[in-house]
Design a protein around this ligand. Sequence first.
Ligand SMILES: [Zn+2]
Length: 226
Amino acid sequence: MAVQLPVKATWTAGKGGRSVFINPYGVRMMAKSQTGKLKFFWCSKTRVFNCPVRLILDTEEDMVTRIENEHCHDSDIMKENVKKRVKLAVENSVNHNSVPRKVFKDLSNALLADESLSAGCSYLPSMRTFGKAIQKKRKSELGICDKLPTNWEDMELPERFSVTSDGKPLLILDATIPEDGSKVWGFASDLGLSILKKAKDIYGDGTFEICKKQPLFSALGCGGKI
Ligand SMILES: [Zn+2]
């Protein structure tokens, strides 16, 4: 990519509100020295990738007057753009209660379909990391603490989980077993129950993966075929 020099310098917000100078290729640069109005920059990836790019900035005019060599790595812009898309996908997933695996797949496909971003797929996190980010965001939005209860006394059902997202009853069974104080909760919406009532076949299944940290608890579900 050829850049006509001199060219106006580009600055972007860095960590802690500091301005960070990026060169016309979208790579962050680090200041090395200054002689009069001329400031000399090295590519910030010099150490990591042995990148040879050097640049001179006219500080009075805020113009890049000289660039030497070419970058031997991808630009930060692509990485930042992919990171932004991931953040947005996490937020959308939380807001719309979407299935993380599907959101991740849609995001990967969208990146692949976008010519300017397809090469940035390598910056995508793993599905597991993506799922964890969604889980963390959901927990913080719902005000759920990270510490999971380990005994029945602490097993309290937050009010918001006893109704559906449109405010209809969801908790249909809330019982305590007198012998040991353990609890049984049953959840079903009116729609779910009406489907079950009409079902010719009913299937049951258990989800134990999410219950690993709470050995007292297991989740069972059933569905009907009509
Ligand atoms: Zn570089």
